[in-house]
Design a protein around this ligand. Structure first.
Ligand SMILES: [Zn+2]
Length: 431
């Protein structure tokens, strides 16, 4: 493809700095020049010039708690009813939808089947199917009775879980997962209000020895660790054993704030507020009444967010949008709602929320030149009709996202530009 010169665009560069009118030149898969003002980059006759008509050019979004193998189900055990073949096709559809929705990278928070995300990640990387950059996860390692244990005596149920009890089984499971190619191993260290007896969300579901065993195996083999950790003790264990991504943190207290602060440069957090918010307020149709939501502490978790995450933000922790999208009440593709939740519930400014989803997104993906519009960065770009810094909700409407470019390739292009007909973009090729 010819070099692409975006002109007459408002640039949000991902750092959180104020937007500015400018130009961006993309050559190959890289952003090679960013300059303020119009006409500041010298034109060569072989450039394609894209007039952005004052729209906003920003880095592609990163989803930090993705579940692209979810089927927008109301119950976890619906996932166990999907044969692997159909599940693969469904996931391919989901990753394409994520790309159309402006998410050019996904950090997965767990796969519903053992090799599913590994296969999807590899298929995307090979260029055969459209989708975001992906960090593929394992299924959730779940102790008997923990979050995700769908089994019941005398009845067969299966959800997204891989049950592993005891240090030997935990070790064998992690070894197998890493052998099969996952980037990150997910462990449900904490209980959850949706499982077990009242108050389980405040307790551990794995012993320290089991957590240590999982961590040792993952570290030894060079895989990352993420965890479901609502309980205070679970966050402490995650920190002690070198978990890289800690989800939720709802019920932390006291010295845990200090422990988190001490590891702020190596740890990423994602509250995953999207699923909780919609379950609490918008899921009556699926049987989640106000009373039920109350009994599962959903309102308490939402109300606790400003305190917990306000304090962690002040202490310099990297807190990223990403909200367990993939349930009936928060379907895949609506993930950009989390950016609004960060503003309304967590107290981020819109620019901070966007920065968390782009700059910090590049960091969680562990790709050093991802997440900013800056010289030498990967050309993962969105052209948005309007300014998301002024209206964070704009990104929730896919039609406002006129261009999605990943790695210098157009996957979506809803504007007419000069060189358009010459280019068979990947999205058309796969349509
Ligand atoms: Zn999740």
């Amino acid at each position: 493809m010819k070099p692409q010169l975006f002109t007459n665009v408002k640039i949000f560069d991902g750092t959180g700095a104020p937007t500015f009118i400018g130009e961006v030149l993309v050559e190959g898969n890289l952003i090679c020049t960013v300059a303020p003002g119009n006409g500041s980059i010298a034109r060569e006759s072989y450039y394609d010039v894209i007039d952005g008509k004052g729209m906003t050019l920003m880095p592609g979004l990163v989803e930090a708690h993705a579940h692209v193998t979810y089927s927008n189900m109301a119950k976890f055990n619906e996932l166990g009813q999907i044969p692997l073949e159909e599940h693969t096709l469904l996931t391919l559809q989901n990753v394409k939808l994520m790309l159309d929705s402006g998410f050019t990278s996904l950090y997965s928070a767990a796969s519903a089947k053992f090799r599913l995300e590994v296969a999807i990640r590899n298929a995307i990387d090979s260029g055969k199917f459209p989708g975001p950059r992906m960090r593929a996860a394992s299924p959730e390692l779940v102790a008997t009775g923990g979050l995700g244990d769908e089994r019941q005596y005398h009845m067969h149920h299966q959800g997204f879980e891989v049950i592993a009890d005891g240090t030997d089984e935990v070790r064998r499971t992690v070894r197998t997962l890493v052998r099969e190619g996952v980037d990150t191993v997910k462990v449900n260290i904490s209980g959850d209000p949706f499982y077990g007896r009242h108050g389980f969300g405040h307790r551990l579901s794995y012993t320290e020895a089991e957590v240590a065993a999982a961590a040792e195996e993952a570290h030894m083999r060079g895989a990352w660790l993420s965890c479901h950790a609502r309980a205070d003790d679970s966050v402490k264990l995650a920190l002690k054993y070198g978990f890289r991504v800690i989800y939720h943190c709802d019920f932390i207290e006291g010295e845990t704030y200090d422990l988190l602060e001490a590891k702020r440069d190596s740890v990423f957090l994602a509250p995953a507020i999207g699923a909780i918010y919609t379950a609490a307020y918008e899921a009556e149709a699926w049987g989640i009444t106000k009373e039920f939501a109350e009994s599962r502490e959903l309102f308490a978790m939402i109300e606790g967010c400003p305190k917990v995450y306000g304090e962690l933000k002040k202490r310099g922790l990297r807190i990223l949008p990403g909200g367990d999208y993939g349930f009936a009440w928060n379907p895949i593709g609506t993930n950009a709602r989390d950016l609004e939740h960060f503003v309304n519930i967590l107290g981020f400014t819109p620019a901070e929320s966007l920065m968390a989803a782009t700059k910090w997104g590049g960091e969680i993906m562990d790709i050093p030149n991802l997440g900013l519009i800056s010289d030498g960065y990967l050309a993962d770009l969105l052209l948005v009709d309007g300014d998301p810094v002024e209206n964070i909700k704009l990104l929730q409407d896919r039609d406002n996202i006129k261009v999605v470019m990943k790695d210098g390739v157009y996957y979506k292009r809803l504007i007419k530009t000069a060189g358009m007909l010459e280019q068979l973009n990947a999205r058309e090729a796969f349509a």
